[in-house]
Design a protein around this ligand. Sequence first.
Ligand SMILES: [Cu+2]
Length: 152
Amino acid sequence: MKRTLFILLISLLPGFGLQAGTTVDYVANAGEIVKATDWDKMKTVTVDFDEFSYEPEELVFEVGQPYKLVLKNHGKKKHYFTAEAFYKAIATRKVQSNRDGEIKAPYFTAIELMVGGQLDLYFVPVKRGEYSVFCTIKDHREEGMEGKLVIR
Ligand SMILES: [Cu+2]
């Protein structure tokens, strides 16, 4: 009886039941980090998409440094920038389209760019690590649309 109760209590602890089958959690206090950040110190980094590449294919970000990551599609096809673990390792301020508006959300799993499209991701790196990014359309990843996002 006591043992059953103990197991029940343990399984109710926040996060305890999430470990199996879940990858990484997202940055829960992203809002506070974004607010506390001096956005005047923001650095702009651009990634150009084409068939079938990201240029540059590796990016290095510093923890705590605010960034605007400009994603531009110069190709003749639409492309993804899928990086779930990376998006969960950053505090996202917003994703902005200069023409259409902006989206605020705790994290994303993927960003898709239409032909000629551009989206700007405003964020602060939080969790150190090496994260992969790739395009999930057909064989684009095998063709070379794969990169590395490093937070140090
Ligand atoms: Cu693609």
